[in-house]
Design a protein around this ligand. Structure first.
Ligand SMILES: Nc1ncnc2c1ncn2[C@@H]1O[C@H](COP(=O)(O)OP(=O)(O)O)[C@@H](O)[C@H]1O
Ligand SMILES: [Mg+2]
Length: 403
Protein backbone atom coordinates (compact mmCIF):
# COMPACT_ATOMS: atom_id res chain seq x y z
CA UNK A 1 0.00 0.00 0.00
CA UNK A 2 1.27 3.50 -0.83
CA UNK A 3 2.19 5.63 2.13
CA UNK A 4 -0.24 8.35 1.01
CA UNK A 5 -3.17 5.97 1.30
CA UNK A 6 -2.08 5.06 4.81
CA UNK A 7 -2.08 8.77 5.59
CA UNK A 8 -5.59 8.97 4.12
CA UNK A 9 -6.79 6.18 6.34
CA UNK A 10 -5.43 7.87 9.46
CA UNK A 11 -6.78 11.24 8.41
CA UNK A 12 -10.22 9.76 7.85
CA UNK A 13 -10.02 8.03 11.23
CA UNK A 14 -9.33 11.38 12.87
CA UNK A 15 -12.02 13.36 11.10
CA UNK A 16 -14.82 10.79 11.01
CA UNK A 17 -17.31 10.99 13.84
CA UNK A 18 -16.96 7.97 16.04
CA UNK A 19 -20.16 5.93 15.94
CA UNK A 20 -18.99 3.60 18.70
CA UNK A 21 -19.29 4.46 22.37
CA UNK A 22 -17.45 1.37 23.63
CA UNK A 23 -16.27 -1.07 21.01
CA UNK A 24 -15.05 -3.66 23.53
CA UNK A 25 -18.58 -4.56 24.67
CA UNK A 26 -19.31 -5.77 21.14
CA UNK A 27 -16.68 -8.48 21.27
CA UNK A 28 -18.18 -11.94 21.51
CA UNK A 29 -16.20 -12.82 24.64
CA UNK A 30 -17.60 -9.85 26.56
CA UNK A 31 -19.68 -10.88 29.56
CA UNK A 32 -22.44 -8.30 30.17
CA UNK A 33 -23.61 -7.35 33.68
CA UNK A 34 -27.11 -8.47 32.84
CA UNK A 35 -27.78 -11.81 31.16
CA UNK A 36 -31.32 -12.05 29.84
CA UNK A 37 -33.54 -15.16 29.69
CA UNK A 38 -31.10 -17.30 31.62
CA UNK A 39 -32.34 -16.83 35.20
CA UNK A 40 -33.21 -20.51 35.48
CA UNK A 41 -29.77 -21.71 34.31
CA UNK A 42 -27.98 -19.17 36.50
CA UNK A 43 -30.01 -20.24 39.52
CA UNK A 44 -29.37 -23.96 38.99
CA UNK A 45 -25.61 -23.51 38.53
CA UNK A 46 -25.38 -21.22 41.54
CA UNK A 47 -27.34 -23.67 43.70
CA UNK A 48 -25.25 -26.59 42.51
CA UNK A 49 -21.92 -24.96 43.29
CA UNK A 50 -22.92 -23.15 46.48
CA UNK A 51 -21.96 -26.05 48.85
CA UNK A 52 -18.35 -25.05 48.12
CA UNK A 53 -18.89 -22.00 50.32
CA UNK A 54 -19.12 -24.24 53.37
CA UNK A 55 -16.40 -26.61 52.28
CA UNK A 56 -18.50 -29.39 50.69
CA UNK A 57 -17.86 -30.79 47.23
CA UNK A 58 -20.40 -29.55 44.64
CA UNK A 59 -21.79 -32.02 42.10
CA UNK A 60 -20.17 -31.95 38.69
CA UNK A 61 -22.28 -30.10 36.12
CA UNK A 62 -22.54 -30.50 32.42
CA UNK A 63 -23.92 -27.65 30.27
CA UNK A 64 -24.80 -28.14 26.68
CA UNK A 65 -26.47 -26.22 23.90
CA UNK A 66 -25.60 -24.90 20.46
CA UNK A 67 -23.11 -22.07 19.95
CA UNK A 68 -24.22 -18.63 21.07
CA UNK A 69 -26.80 -19.82 23.58
CA UNK A 70 -25.00 -18.11 26.47
CA UNK A 71 -23.21 -21.07 28.07
CA UNK A 72 -19.78 -19.43 28.38
CA UNK A 73 -21.22 -16.08 29.45
CA UNK A 74 -23.45 -17.67 32.10
CA UNK A 75 -20.65 -19.85 33.48
CA UNK A 76 -18.23 -16.94 33.70
CA UNK A 77 -20.89 -14.75 35.26
CA UNK A 78 -21.77 -17.23 38.02
CA UNK A 79 -18.10 -17.94 38.75
CA UNK A 80 -17.18 -14.29 39.01
CA UNK A 81 -20.01 -13.87 41.54
CA UNK A 82 -18.80 -16.94 43.45
CA UNK A 83 -15.28 -15.60 43.47
CA UNK A 84 -16.46 -12.22 44.82
CA UNK A 85 -18.42 -13.88 47.61
CA UNK A 86 -15.54 -16.20 48.50
CA UNK A 87 -13.08 -13.32 48.66
CA UNK A 88 -15.36 -11.12 50.75
CA UNK A 89 -15.86 -13.95 53.26
CA UNK A 90 -12.22 -15.14 53.11
CA UNK A 91 -13.22 -18.60 51.91
CA UNK A 92 -10.45 -20.52 50.19
CA UNK A 93 -11.68 -21.65 46.76
CA UNK A 94 -9.71 -22.00 43.56
CA UNK A 95 -11.39 -21.65 40.21
CA UNK A 96 -9.96 -22.61 36.84
CA UNK A 97 -11.43 -21.86 33.44
CA UNK A 98 -9.98 -23.51 30.32
CA UNK A 99 -11.32 -23.42 26.79
CA UNK A 100 -10.05 -26.73 25.47
CA UNK A 101 -10.39 -25.73 21.83
CA UNK A 102 -8.14 -22.73 22.36
CA UNK A 103 -5.77 -24.68 24.58
CA UNK A 104 -5.46 -27.29 21.80
CA UNK A 105 -3.59 -30.10 23.53
CA UNK A 106 -4.06 -32.14 26.69
CA UNK A 107 -0.76 -30.80 27.98
CA UNK A 108 -1.90 -27.22 27.50
CA UNK A 109 -5.25 -27.90 29.20
CA UNK A 110 -3.48 -29.27 32.29
CA UNK A 111 -0.91 -26.50 32.14
CA UNK A 112 -3.68 -23.90 32.31
CA UNK A 113 -5.45 -25.67 35.17
CA UNK A 114 -2.17 -25.80 37.11
CA UNK A 115 -1.51 -22.14 36.40
CA UNK A 116 -5.00 -21.11 37.59
CA UNK A 117 -4.44 -23.13 40.76
CA UNK A 118 -1.08 -21.43 41.33
CA UNK A 119 1.01 -24.54 40.67
CA UNK A 120 4.23 -24.14 38.71
CA UNK A 121 4.47 -26.34 35.65
CA UNK A 122 6.88 -25.86 32.73
CA UNK A 123 5.47 -25.04 29.26
CA UNK A 124 6.62 -28.39 27.94
CA UNK A 125 8.53 -31.46 28.98
CA UNK A 126 6.54 -33.15 31.73
CA UNK A 127 4.47 -36.24 31.15
CA UNK A 128 0.70 -35.89 31.48
CA UNK A 129 0.69 -38.09 34.57
CA UNK A 130 3.41 -35.96 36.14
CA UNK A 131 1.30 -32.81 35.81
CA UNK A 132 -1.70 -34.65 37.23
CA UNK A 133 0.44 -35.70 40.20
CA UNK A 134 1.51 -32.13 40.84
CA UNK A 135 -2.08 -30.88 40.69
CA UNK A 136 -3.40 -33.63 42.98
CA UNK A 137 -0.54 -33.20 45.45
CA UNK A 138 -1.12 -29.49 45.63
CA UNK A 139 -4.89 -29.85 46.19
CA UNK A 140 -4.29 -32.38 48.98
CA UNK A 141 -1.48 -30.48 50.60
CA UNK A 142 -3.26 -27.13 50.63
CA UNK A 143 -6.59 -28.84 51.27
CA UNK A 144 -8.37 -26.60 48.85
CA UNK A 145 -11.76 -26.59 47.15
CA UNK A 146 -11.37 -26.34 43.38
CA UNK A 147 -13.75 -26.09 40.47
CA UNK A 148 -12.47 -26.61 36.94
CA UNK A 149 -14.53 -25.34 34.03
CA UNK A 150 -13.71 -27.12 30.78
CA UNK A 151 -15.31 -25.12 27.99
CA UNK A 152 -15.81 -26.52 24.48
CA UNK A 153 -14.95 -29.87 25.97
CA UNK A 154 -16.27 -31.63 22.84
CA UNK A 155 -13.15 -30.45 21.03
CA UNK A 156 -10.84 -32.08 23.54
CA UNK A 157 -12.69 -35.39 23.49
CA UNK A 158 -13.04 -35.60 19.72
CA UNK A 159 -9.38 -34.88 19.15
CA UNK A 160 -7.70 -36.54 22.10
CA UNK A 161 -10.23 -39.00 23.52
CA UNK A 162 -11.60 -38.92 27.06
CA UNK A 163 -8.54 -40.05 29.06
CA UNK A 164 -7.99 -36.64 30.59
CA UNK A 165 -11.64 -36.36 31.59
CA UNK A 166 -11.52 -39.85 33.02
CA UNK A 167 -8.56 -38.89 35.24
CA UNK A 168 -10.25 -35.67 36.33
CA UNK A 169 -13.56 -37.33 37.18
CA UNK A 170 -11.63 -39.81 39.33
CA UNK A 171 -9.46 -37.16 40.95
CA UNK A 172 -11.35 -37.14 44.23
CA UNK A 173 -10.56 -40.80 44.86
CA UNK A 174 -6.87 -39.92 44.77
CA UNK A 175 -6.99 -36.85 46.95
CA UNK A 176 -6.26 -37.30 50.64
CA UNK A 177 -7.93 -33.97 51.36
CA UNK A 178 -9.49 -31.13 49.38
CA UNK A 179 -11.57 -31.77 46.27
CA UNK A 180 -12.05 -30.85 42.64
CA UNK A 181 -15.46 -30.41 40.99
CA UNK A 182 -15.98 -30.13 37.26
CA UNK A 183 -18.12 -27.97 35.05
CA UNK A 184 -18.11 -29.25 31.47
CA UNK A 185 -19.50 -27.22 28.58
CA UNK A 186 -20.22 -28.58 25.12
CA UNK A 187 -21.51 -26.95 21.94
CA UNK A 188 -22.19 -30.33 20.44
CA UNK A 189 -25.24 -32.21 21.60
CA UNK A 190 -24.07 -35.54 20.17
CA UNK A 191 -20.81 -35.32 22.09
CA UNK A 192 -22.06 -37.63 24.84
CA UNK A 193 -21.78 -40.52 22.40
CA UNK A 194 -18.01 -40.07 22.44
CA UNK A 195 -17.75 -40.53 26.19
CA UNK A 196 -17.07 -43.61 28.21
CA UNK A 197 -20.34 -44.23 30.19
CA UNK A 198 -18.46 -43.93 33.50
CA UNK A 199 -17.06 -40.55 32.52
CA UNK A 200 -20.46 -39.41 31.31
CA UNK A 201 -22.31 -40.37 34.46
CA UNK A 202 -19.69 -38.73 36.65
CA UNK A 203 -19.52 -35.56 34.59
CA UNK A 204 -23.27 -35.08 34.38
CA UNK A 205 -24.25 -35.49 38.01
CA UNK A 206 -26.19 -32.36 37.12
CA UNK A 207 -27.12 -31.56 33.53
CA UNK A 208 -28.39 -28.36 32.01
CA UNK A 209 -29.61 -27.52 28.52
CA UNK A 210 -29.30 -24.07 26.95
CA UNK A 211 -32.01 -23.66 24.30
CA UNK A 212 -31.52 -21.39 21.27
CA UNK A 213 -32.84 -17.82 21.58
CA UNK A 214 -35.90 -16.67 19.65
CA UNK A 215 -35.68 -13.63 17.36
CA UNK A 216 -37.55 -11.60 19.99
CA UNK A 217 -35.08 -12.60 22.71
CA UNK A 218 -32.11 -11.79 20.48
CA UNK A 219 -33.61 -8.38 19.89
CA UNK A 220 -33.65 -7.64 23.63
CA UNK A 221 -30.06 -8.89 24.02
CA UNK A 222 -28.86 -6.87 21.05
CA UNK A 223 -30.73 -3.70 21.98
CA UNK A 224 -28.95 -3.69 25.33
CA UNK A 225 -25.54 -4.27 23.71
CA UNK A 226 -26.18 -1.54 21.14
CA UNK A 227 -27.11 0.88 23.91
CA UNK A 228 -23.75 0.49 25.62
CA UNK A 229 -21.67 -0.09 22.47
CA UNK A 230 -22.88 2.65 20.11
CA UNK A 231 -23.51 6.39 20.35
CA UNK A 232 -27.22 7.23 20.69
CA UNK A 233 -29.35 7.10 17.51
CA UNK A 234 -26.65 5.46 15.39
CA UNK A 235 -28.10 1.99 15.10
CA UNK A 236 -31.47 2.03 13.31
CA UNK A 237 -34.41 -0.12 14.45
CA UNK A 238 -34.59 -1.67 10.99
CA UNK A 239 -30.96 -2.82 11.33
CA UNK A 240 -31.65 -4.20 14.81
CA UNK A 241 -34.69 -6.14 13.56
CA UNK A 242 -32.80 -7.57 10.60
CA UNK A 243 -29.80 -8.61 12.70
CA UNK A 244 -32.07 -10.37 15.22
CA UNK A 245 -34.05 -12.13 12.50
CA UNK A 246 -30.91 -13.27 10.65
CA UNK A 247 -29.23 -14.58 13.79
CA UNK A 248 -32.41 -16.41 14.77
CA UNK A 249 -32.86 -17.99 11.36
CA UNK A 250 -30.12 -20.57 11.85
CA UNK A 251 -30.52 -21.49 15.50
CA UNK A 252 -30.96 -18.43 17.73
CA UNK A 253 -27.26 -17.72 18.07
CA UNK A 254 -26.43 -14.66 20.21
CA UNK A 255 -22.77 -14.79 19.17
CA UNK A 256 -23.72 -14.45 15.53
CA UNK A 257 -26.10 -11.63 16.47
CA UNK A 258 -23.41 -9.71 18.36
CA UNK A 259 -20.90 -10.33 15.55
CA UNK A 260 -23.37 -8.98 12.98
CA UNK A 261 -23.87 -5.81 14.98
CA UNK A 262 -20.13 -5.23 15.50
CA UNK A 263 -19.11 -5.93 11.91
CA UNK A 264 -21.98 -3.80 10.56
CA UNK A 265 -20.72 -0.96 12.77
CA UNK A 266 -17.20 -1.37 11.44
CA UNK A 267 -18.46 -1.33 7.86
CA UNK A 268 -20.43 1.86 8.53
CA UNK A 269 -17.39 3.42 10.17
CA UNK A 270 -15.10 2.51 7.29
CA UNK A 271 -17.53 4.09 4.85
CA UNK A 272 -17.78 7.27 6.92
CA UNK A 273 -21.50 6.73 7.64
CA UNK A 274 -23.25 8.21 10.63
CA UNK A 275 -25.86 5.48 10.86
CA UNK A 276 -25.88 1.70 10.75
CA UNK A 277 -28.74 0.51 8.57
CA UNK A 278 -30.02 -2.72 7.02
CA UNK A 279 -27.54 -2.49 4.15
CA UNK A 280 -24.56 -2.73 6.56
CA UNK A 281 -26.15 -5.73 8.27
CA UNK A 282 -26.42 -7.50 4.91
CA UNK A 283 -22.79 -6.71 4.09
CA UNK A 284 -21.77 -7.87 7.55
CA UNK A 285 -23.57 -11.17 6.99
CA UNK A 286 -21.61 -11.79 3.80
CA UNK A 287 -18.32 -10.93 5.43
CA UNK A 288 -18.92 -13.09 8.50
CA UNK A 289 -19.93 -16.09 6.40
CA UNK A 290 -16.83 -15.71 4.24
CA UNK A 291 -14.54 -15.39 7.25
CA UNK A 292 -16.18 -18.38 8.86
CA UNK A 293 -15.59 -20.53 5.79
CA UNK A 294 -11.97 -19.43 5.52
CA UNK A 295 -11.44 -20.26 9.19
CA UNK A 296 -13.09 -23.64 8.78
CA UNK A 297 -10.88 -24.40 5.77
CA UNK A 298 -7.74 -23.21 7.51
CA UNK A 299 -8.25 -25.37 10.57
CA UNK A 300 -8.99 -28.61 8.71
CA UNK A 301 -6.60 -31.51 9.34
CA UNK A 302 -4.22 -32.23 6.45
CA UNK A 303 -6.10 -35.25 5.09
CA UNK A 304 -9.38 -33.33 5.05
CA UNK A 305 -7.66 -30.58 3.09
CA UNK A 306 -6.49 -33.18 0.59
CA UNK A 307 -10.05 -34.48 0.29
CA UNK A 308 -11.28 -30.93 -0.39
CA UNK A 309 -8.62 -30.58 -3.09
CA UNK A 310 -9.57 -33.92 -4.53
CA UNK A 311 -13.22 -32.88 -4.83
CA UNK A 312 -12.08 -29.55 -6.29
CA UNK A 313 -9.97 -31.29 -8.91
CA UNK A 314 -12.93 -33.26 -10.28
CA UNK A 315 -14.51 -31.46 -13.17
CA UNK A 316 -18.05 -32.65 -12.49
CA UNK A 317 -19.46 -34.12 -9.34
CA UNK A 318 -18.23 -37.67 -9.60
CA UNK A 319 -18.39 -40.60 -7.26
CA UNK A 320 -16.68 -40.99 -3.88
CA UNK A 321 -14.49 -43.56 -5.68
CA UNK A 322 -13.13 -40.84 -7.97
CA UNK A 323 -12.52 -38.60 -4.95
CA UNK A 324 -10.55 -41.41 -3.35
CA UNK A 325 -8.44 -42.01 -6.49
CA UNK A 326 -7.35 -38.38 -6.61
CA UNK A 327 -6.82 -38.25 -2.88
CA UNK A 328 -4.48 -41.28 -3.09
CA UNK A 329 -2.58 -39.58 -5.89
CA UNK A 330 -2.02 -36.51 -3.71
CA UNK A 331 -0.89 -38.67 -0.81
CA UNK A 332 1.69 -40.37 -3.03
CA UNK A 333 2.93 -37.03 -4.24
CA UNK A 334 3.39 -35.89 -0.63
CA UNK A 335 4.78 -39.20 0.60
CA UNK A 336 1.93 -39.67 3.03
CA UNK A 337 0.30 -42.97 3.80
CA UNK A 338 -3.31 -42.77 2.75
CA UNK A 339 -6.29 -43.28 5.04
CA UNK A 340 -8.79 -46.03 4.25
CA UNK A 341 -11.79 -45.34 1.95
CA UNK A 342 -13.98 -45.70 5.01
CA UNK A 343 -12.15 -42.90 6.82
CA UNK A 344 -12.33 -40.72 3.72
CA UNK A 345 -16.06 -41.31 3.57
CA UNK A 346 -16.23 -40.09 7.19
CA UNK A 347 -14.18 -36.99 6.32
CA UNK A 348 -16.53 -36.28 3.39
CA UNK A 349 -19.46 -36.34 5.81
CA UNK A 350 -17.70 -33.91 8.15
CA UNK A 351 -16.91 -31.58 5.25
CA UNK A 352 -20.52 -31.62 4.20
CA UNK A 353 -21.62 -30.75 7.74
CA UNK A 354 -19.24 -27.78 7.64
CA UNK A 355 -20.91 -26.61 4.42
CA UNK A 356 -17.70 -26.97 2.40
CA UNK A 357 -18.98 -29.69 0.09
CA UNK A 358 -22.37 -31.18 -0.61
CA UNK A 359 -22.67 -34.92 -0.74
CA UNK A 360 -26.11 -35.54 -2.17
CA UNK A 361 -27.02 -39.11 -2.87
CA UNK A 362 -28.17 -39.96 -6.39
CA UNK A 363 -29.87 -43.06 -7.60
CA UNK A 364 -27.98 -45.05 -10.21
CA UNK A 365 -30.95 -47.20 -11.14
CA UNK A 366 -30.03 -50.86 -10.95
CA UNK A 367 -26.57 -50.11 -9.62
CA UNK A 368 -28.03 -48.70 -6.43
CA UNK A 369 -27.22 -45.31 -4.96
CA UNK A 370 -24.06 -43.29 -4.81
CA UNK A 371 -22.82 -40.10 -3.17
CA UNK A 372 -21.91 -37.25 -5.52
CA UNK A 373 -19.51 -34.93 -3.69
CA UNK A 374 -19.52 -31.39 -4.99
CA UNK A 375 -17.69 -28.26 -3.91
CA UNK A 376 -19.95 -25.58 -2.37
CA UNK A 377 -17.38 -22.79 -2.31
CA UNK A 378 -15.39 -21.21 -5.13
CA UNK A 379 -12.03 -22.79 -5.87
CA UNK A 380 -10.46 -19.32 -5.62
CA UNK A 381 -11.39 -19.16 -1.92
CA UNK A 382 -9.84 -22.55 -1.28
CA UNK A 383 -6.72 -21.57 -3.16
CA UNK A 384 -6.30 -18.35 -1.21
CA UNK A 385 -6.51 -20.19 2.10
CA UNK A 386 -4.47 -23.26 1.14
CA UNK A 387 -1.67 -21.31 -0.53
CA UNK A 388 -0.56 -20.34 2.98
CA UNK A 389 0.17 -23.97 3.65
CA UNK A 390 3.55 -24.85 2.09
CA UNK A 391 2.76 -28.58 2.05
CA UNK A 392 -0.24 -28.02 -0.19
CA UNK A 393 1.61 -25.88 -2.68
CA UNK A 394 2.65 -28.87 -4.78
CA UNK A 395 -0.82 -30.33 -4.87
CA UNK A 396 -2.34 -27.00 -5.87
CA UNK A 397 0.13 -26.84 -8.74
CA UNK A 398 -0.76 -30.36 -9.76
CA UNK A 399 -4.44 -29.43 -9.98
CA UNK A 400 -3.78 -26.20 -11.85
CA UNK A 401 -1.53 -27.86 -14.43
CA UNK A 402 -4.11 -30.55 -15.23
CA UNK A 403 -7.01 -28.07 -15.08
N1 LIG B 1 -28.71 -14.10 27.84
C1 LIG B 1 -27.83 -13.24 27.34
N2 LIG B 1 -27.91 -11.94 27.61
C2 LIG B 1 -26.99 -11.07 27.11
N3 LIG B 1 -25.97 -11.44 26.30
C3 LIG B 1 -25.86 -12.74 25.98
C4 LIG B 1 -26.76 -13.71 26.48
N4 LIG B 1 -26.42 -14.93 26.00
C5 LIG B 1 -25.35 -14.73 25.22
N5 LIG B 1 -24.99 -13.43 25.21
C6 LIG B 1 -23.87 -12.87 24.48
O1 LIG B 1 -23.77 -13.56 23.22
C7 LIG B 1 -22.43 -13.91 22.93
C8 LIG B 1 -22.27 -15.41 22.83
O2 LIG B 1 -22.56 -16.02 24.08
P1 LIG B 1 -21.68 -17.23 24.66
O3 LIG B 1 -21.91 -17.29 26.11
O4 LIG B 1 -20.28 -17.08 24.20
O5 LIG B 1 -22.36 -18.46 23.92
P2 LIG B 1 -21.92 -19.99 23.95
O6 LIG B 1 -20.84 -20.16 24.94
O7 LIG B 1 -23.17 -20.74 24.28
O8 LIG B 1 -21.45 -20.30 22.54
C9 LIG B 1 -21.59 -13.27 24.02
O9 LIG B 1 -21.17 -12.00 23.58
C10 LIG B 1 -22.56 -13.14 25.17
O10 LIG B 1 -22.18 -12.08 26.02
MG1 LIG C 1 -18.89 -20.85 24.53
Amino acid sequence: MESTSVDDIFKRALTSTNIFKDRSVLRSDYVPDKLYFRDEQIRIIAETISPILHGARPSNIFLYGKTGTGKTAVAKYVFSKLSQTAISKSIFVKLSYVNTRMAGTEYRVLYEIARDFGITVPHTGLSISEIFDRIFKSVSKENFSGIITLDEIDFLVKNHGDDLLYELTRANEKLSSGFISLLGISNDLTFKDFLDPRVLSSLSEEELVFPPYTAEELKVILAERIKIGFQPNVFTDAALNLASALAASEHGDARRAVDLVRVAGEIAERNGLKKVDEQQIREALLKIDQDRLSDALKSLPLHSKLVVLSVASLKESLSTGAVYTNYSLFCKRLNLSELTPRRISGLLNELSMLGIISASTVSLGRQGRSKRPKLLIPFSTIKTVFLNDPILFDVLNMIESTG
